[in-house]
Design a binder for this molecule. Structure first.
Ligand SMILES: CSC[C@H]1O[C@H](OP(=O)(O)O)[C@H](O)[C@@H]1O
Ligand SMILES: Nc1ncnc2[nH]cnc12
Length: 302
């Protein structure tokens, strides 16, 4: 396996990053595949990044929990994952995730493209900016509407039953919710429940990446009166049927997603860093360079 330390001299540039969640540990149809073990100043990503070409688009694929599913949602180093993909040059990041449904009409086997989040996590590192550099990015629209619309169009073309929009409540886990919690989230009007996407979306925004999620519905959590409460066994059984669909959907969406123009997500840091640059220690500036290089006067502040 190639070992690369990616900082400024980027050896291989990808267009689109994909983070595969539960059940999606690889991609079909990738050509000229190589694996790279990316080191980041935030530690090690969940696994090696798989690089390759899919229908002419350069892809960087990372398994969120690691191949073999070795990291729980609380143990995933989201910062290293997003930083590693950013350092490979991607501008768009597609997440694929298993979720529970919080509405009767959203059935196991369906696909949801959430556009909002509620954060109930408790112990996640969800910013790159700390220790002497402070940034506050806008997060009112946490999902890139343009990327989500490419995914949603592709969903129809591959025959998926898809729901556009909806709120994803992100719990800490790894335990599933209690019935009281599940009923409460339903009162909040959320559409789906999961344990991973919120820190990733925050970090993607700080990394100026367009981010959108393909949420594969696997269960009705534990609120449903007549369905069995969620179990891992049931989730994996539904995923076995759905992963092929998710792969087809990815393949159908990637060419148009990659061809999309620049959008506001890719300028998220422009007005966000409040710290006086003269006060940011040189070592921290180097650590953040992959994220902030574009903003330095030499590269032209857009
Ligand atoms: C294995 S079921 C619970 C697990 O699945 C989801 O993960 P991901 O978003 O990576 O597909 C959920 O958030 C839990 O981590
Ligand atoms: N019911 C559920 N709760 C949390 N995460 C999930 N991932 C898939 N189903 C889930």
């Amino acid at each position: 396996m190639a070992m690369i330390k990616v900082r400024r001299g980027r050896a291989w540039q990808a267009d689109v990053g994909i983070i595969g969640g539960s059940g999606l540990y690889d991609l079909d149809g990738l050509r000229q595949v190589k694996e790279v073990s990316v080191r980041t100043p935030f530690g090690a990503p969940s696994d090696a990044v798989v690089l390759g070409e899919l229908d002419g688009v350069r892809i960087a694929f990372l398994s969120r929990h690691g191949r073999g599913h070795t990291r729980s949602p609380s143990e995933i180093n989201y910062r290293a994952n997003v930083y590693a993909l950013k350092s490979l040059g991607i501008r768009r990041l597609i997440s694929v995730s298993a979720v529970g449904s919080m509405k009767e009409s959203i059935k196991p086997g369906h696909v949801v493209f959430p556009d909002q989040f509620i954060d109930l996590t408790k112990q996640r590192e969800s910013t790159f900016f700390e220790g002497g550099a402070v940034a506050h990015v806008a997060f009112g629209e946490p999902i890139c509407p343009s990327l989500a619309s490419h995914l949603s169009s592709a969903a129809h073309s591959v025959g998926a039953t898809a729901h556009g929009g909806g709120t994803y409540v992100c719990i800490e886990g790894p335990q599933f919710s209690t019935k009281a919690e599940s009923r409460l989230y339903r009162q909040w009007g959320v559409s789906v429940i999961g344990m991973t996407n919120l820190p990733e979306a925050k970090l993607a925004r700080e990394a100026e990446l367009c981010y959108a999620t393909i949420a594969l519905v696997t269960d009705y959590d534990c609120w449903h009166e007549t369905e069995e409460p969620v179990t891992v066994e049931a989730i994996l059984a539904t995923l076995r049927q759905n992963v092929a669909l998710a792969k087809r959907l990815l393949r159908a969406s990637i060419p148009s997603a990659a061809a999309g123009g620049e959008c506001a997500c890719q300028r998220a840091l422009r007005e966000a860093i409040v710290t006086d640059p003269a006060r940011i220690p040189a070592a921290l500036r180097r650590k953040l360079a992959v994220l902030t290089d574009r903003l330095s006067p030499a590269k032209g502040k857009r």
